[in-house]
Design a protein around this ligand. Sequence first.
Ligand code: FMN
Length: 143
Amino acid sequence: MKKVCVIYWSGTGNTQSMAEALAEGAKSKGASVKLLNVSDAVKEDVLEAEVIALGCPSMGSENLEESEMEPFVEELEGEDLSGKHFVLFGSYDWGDGQWMQEWEERMTNKGVKLVESGLIVQNTPEEDELEKYKTLGNKLATI
Ligand SMILES: Cc1cc2nc3c(=O)[nH]c(=O)nc-3n(C[C@H](O)[C@H](O)[C@H](O)COP(=O)(O)O)c2cc1C
């Protein structure tokens, strides 16, 4: 059974709904799924998983949320993540997705394999967008 871990930070629920769709999609294909708010996550949740999905909206000025997600990502950067499958996702509003490009670069520099890139949604995801995240969750369960 594939071990999938979905960890997110979300202030107003947009990134959370993407996280829930991914987790639901992976579960429905038989994966063992942990869905955690980053405030409840520890680095071991990531280290013991085979596939990791991290979600965070664009905050600050094209940054990760600074009090919980940024420190968590920095902690992960101190670990050996090479070869693990990752998905990064999140919601934004007025920007051009710069925060996600920079986040993807940080993680690929650690040797992770991004299953897909550019997984961003402006503001609240529509039903069809959530369906896409469920389908991606299906894929994570069988990767
Ligand atoms: C303090 C703050 C800073 C933000 N900074 C950006 C930004 O730099 N670029 C952007 O595109 N959106 C920015 N946003 C908009 C959020 O990314 C957007 O509202 C997103 O949908 C929030 O996702 P969530 O519901 O998961 O918290 C910011 C929002 C807040 C509250």
